[in-house]
Each structure stands twice: as C-alpha cells, then as structure tokens.
Write a protein that binds this ligand. Structure first.
Ligand code: 173
Length: 498
C-alpha cells in the first residue's frame, strides 16, 4: 500500500473543530473525533489545527501516544515537508535572555554541589518547565521540610578505624549499584532537554547507577531500553491505568525487556495541586480561545494534571495479588507515609517500600521520608519483620548530599532515591551534568565515610546518628543557605497589566 502524500496547504484547510488535522513528526492525523477525549483538553490541539504540532507534542507525549490512541483510519499519510510553511517564531525578550544565560552558564568544573545544578536549571529552563519541575503541592511545606529534616539528624562519628580505603557500592534488590543511590523517576524530561531521559540512561550506564524509568517519561520506554549498555539495570515506576489490560501489557513488556523492579506509585490517586505549575496555565491563554468558546476548558490544571487522568484512583490493597500474578519482578510500593502501611506492605508480600511524599508534590504537610523511616523500622522490628533481606526500605525526597544518604542508611534504608537533582543536572548540562552529579556524590561519599569511620555501607549503623529531634518540627536548625537561595517562594495571583 502506498503512503498518501499530503501538502501543507491541504492540511491547513482542516483547521477547525469540525475538521481538525495536525502534523506530528511528518505524518498527518485527523484528530477531529479525538478532540474531546484528549486528556489535556481540546484547546491545546486546536491551537495547532491545520499545522505542525511536533514541537508542542514532543516533550509531553511518548512518541507512540498518537499512534496508539488514534485508529489507523485517522492516520492520513505523510506530509511533503517542502510544502509546509515553517512558522518562524520571533524569540521573545525572555527567550533571548534565557539563551544568553545558557551561554554564560558556569563551566561544569565550577559546579561543585547539587544545589549548583538547581540554580543553573532555574535560570536556563523555559519558565514552564521550571514551574512544572520545581513545583510542589499547596503551600510547599513538605518540599521544604524534606530538606530540613536531614538537618535535624546529627552524626556520631567513630575514629581511628583505618579508613584508607572506603567503599560505598551496594546492592539494591540484588542488583549491583556503584552508589547507595538510584535515579528516581521524574516525568517529562524533554521539557528541559531535547534528549530527555536518555541523558540519565547514558550517564547511568557509564557509572553503574540504576535508573528508574517513569511511566510518564518523555522518551518512550523502548527508546530508553534501546539506548542501554549491555547489562545495564533499570527499575520501572508504574502509574496504574484504569484499564488494567494496558497496565498488564506494560508491566509484562518491561519484564521481558529486563527491568529488575516494579515500583508502583501509591501516593497519587489524584495529583496534588501544584500552584507554580497552575499559574503558568493562567498566563498562557491566547491562541485557540476563539474556537474553544462555550466549552469547558481545563486551563488551570497545570501540565501534570492534564496528562494524568488515566491514573486509577480505585487502586487498593486488593490489587496487590493481581500484580504478583502478572509479574515475577520484585514489587515495591512507592509512596508509603506511615508505619501502619509499611506493615501492610510487608504482610502483602511485596519486596520493598519507598518512604516518600513524592518530592512534596502530593499531600502537603505529609512528613519527610527520613522521619517516617524511624517509625517504620520500629514497627517492623516489633513484629519480627525487620531486618529481612527480602524486604528493602528506600527513602526519597530532599536528598542533596551524600551525608543525607548516609543518615538514611544508618537509620535502616537500603538506598535512597534522587529525582530532581539528576533532572536539573541534565536540564543544565545534558549527560555530562548527570555524570558530574554522580561524581559529586562519589567525592562526598568518600569524604563522609572516612569522617564517619565507616569503611563499607554495612559499617553505617544506627549508632552513628542522633535522630532524637527528627520528629520535633520546631527545633532550631542551622540555616541551609544553598537550599534557601535556590528555593523560589510561591506567589499570589497577579493583577492584570493595564
Ligand atoms: O509528580 C509528578 O509530576 C507526576 O508524578 C506526574 C503525574 C502525572 C503526569 C505527569 C507527572
């Protein structure tokens, strides 16, 4: 069958709600019937009616989203690119300023801690990307607490232990890892870098670090796996679809392609309100408004909410046996926030839990993972469930230093998830940035383990920390200057410009 070749002007004739064609990656699609089903609302598609939508489509959809959602009869053919009028957008003053800052970034040699990446990312990212990545829910109390909690844990170092060689490598779910840290899932990587999550994959391959692939990564699952080095280890973060058949296929495909752990997100039956992200939507209210008249527009939801409607809020403990029946991968519940649920998870027979509040993006004023760790270990121990080599505990949220990781390990964690810092590293410097972030961790582990008197990760024991003020939320802690200078305070609604 020969492929139909269409011209730009032919596509441009279908630029209305009654007949809406768009171009994505050189192919033409009739999306008229799909407009109202689009999780992000029809308005955003109508903005590109009759035009090339690739640039807007790419960062927030997996490459196969359109082909799997539209029946073949709506795939109209290819477009002759020479006939498509390129819309050359004049760079705004803001965009020019951003590009100038990108040029003037600190050389990577001058980046010496993870906060540096965040600061560069904040200045060089498009405003929307920064708002989406950095935002947290409601008053952003939890995201700040995630950082502060680590400062309420103090070290009790040991001396004179011959620390000429120290080794911070470990195993996570039985898989070798050069660091007691894994790259945690973050969505929509292409909002911040054209190669998206592949920057993580390539750096992780070079340095023996495990990457957790996000269900909502910009790069497709297969693109990421295809870019892997032989034997490279991946975990998969799973958002459970209302349509369990889709989830079953996805999970089994991941297992077939060698993924070594299934991290089911359990703290997001609905996405939190992230106001920084939501404010962006209020600002961008221009094109498409006309064709959209009279319709309900989801304009105040932010990027994440718009694309998360497939997530099943009915997920419950009753579903766990089903997951266990469809895969042999270890199952880990990501997003546990109290001891009771940690006990239930153990009793459900899963292989691990992540004590996490989703980077402060879900329930605001939920406690930090490191604080929850204490009560979880205590409750599991009481029941004879801890220690158990077949049940691992991870913590994520707020980790910026190897010393944070060592505190979590001392208190009973096997490893720690780090999300935003690696994301910011690649947004600012691509793959090299991620490699540098890993190097920074290595340097910090070497120094901190020597100073702590721990030659291996096994030597990092509870007696090495004083966590007695961890659950007191109002103790004096030293000001974390770097964190506070990169943290962007929330803002109130702006008046219209007159
Ligand atoms: O935290 C998030 O932003 C997140 O998990 C998500 C959920 C749905 C869509 C995109 C991101």
């Amino acid at each position: 069958m020969s492929i139909r070749i269409l011209t730009g002007p032919e596509v441009a004739e279908h630029a209305s709600r009654d007949s809406c064609w768009i171009i994505v990656h050189g192919k033409v699609y009739d999306v008229t019937d799909f407009l109202d089903e689009h999780p992000g609302g029809s308005k955003i598609i109508l903005k590109y009616a009759g035009k090339d939508a690739t640039e807007a489509y790419e960062p927030i959809h997996p490459p196969d989203a359109i082909t799997t959602n539209l029946p073949p009869s709506k795939h109209l053919g290819a477009v002759d690119s020479s006939t498509v009028v390129k819309v050359v957008k004049e760079a705004t003053a803001e965009e020019k300023h951003r590009l100038a800052l990108m040029e003037a970034r600190p050389p990577l040699d001058n980046v010496i801690n993870l906060h540096d990446f965040e600061n560069v990312a904040k200045l060089v990212l498009p405003e929307k990307a920064w708002a989406y990545y950095s935002s947290a829910s409601d008053d952003e109390i939890t995201i700040r607490e995630n950082r502060m909690a680590y400062q309420r844990v103090w070290f009790r170092p040991r001396i004179l232990r011959d620390v000429s060689t120290v080794d911070w490598s470990t195993t996570i779910l039985g898989q070798k890892s050069s660091l007691p840290v894994y790259i945690s899932a973050t969505a929509l990587g292409k909002l911040g870098h054209p190669d998206g999550e592949l920057c993580l994959t390539r750096a992780a391959a070079k340095h023996g670090v495990i990457q957790m692939i996000a269900t909502l990564a910009s790069c497709s699952f297969d693109d990421i796996i295809n870019a892997a080095a032989p034997g490279q280890t991946f975990f998969l973060q799973l958002y459970v679809n209302r349509d369990r058949e889709i989830t079953r296929k996805y999970v089994q495909h991941a297992e077939k392609r060698g993924v070594k752990g299934l991290f089911i997100t359990v703290d997001a039956p609905q996405l939190g309100r992230r106001e920084k992200d939501m404010r962006m939507k209020f600002v961008d209210d221009g094109a498409g408004a006309e064709v959209q008249k009279g319709q309900e527009v989801k304009k105040d939801q932010g990027v994440a909410r718009a694309i998360s409607s497939f997530i099943d809020p009915s997920l419950s403990w009753k579903d766990i046996p089903w997951f266990q029946s469809i895969t042999k991968m270890p199952i880990i519940l990501k997003g546990i926030g109290c001891a009771e649920d940690a006990v239930l998870a153990y009793e459900a027979g899963v292989q691990g839990i992540v004590l996490s509040n989703h980077g402060g993006r879900q329930l605001d004023t939920a406690r930090s993972g490191i604080e929850v760790l204490i009560e979880v270990v205590k409750a599991l121990r009481l029941r004879g469930y801890y220690p158990d080599p077949k049940f691992e505990i991870y913590v994520d949220g707020g980790v910026r230093r190897a010393s944070d990781v060592l505190k979590a390990i001392a208190l009973g964690a096997t490893a720690v998830g780090v999300g935003r810092p690696f994301l910011y590293a690649f947004c600012a410097y691509g793959q090299e940035g991620v490699e540098k972030a890993i190097q920074i961790f290595r340097d910090e582990f070497e120094m901190n383990m020597r100073l702590l008197g721990a030659r291996t990760i096994k030597d990092v024991v509870p007696e090495m920390v004083d966590a007695s003020s961890l659950s007191s939320h109002f103790v004096m802690t030293p000001e974390d200057n770097l964190f506070h200078s990169t943290y962007q305070p929330l803002q109130l609604a702006k008046f219209r410009e007159s």
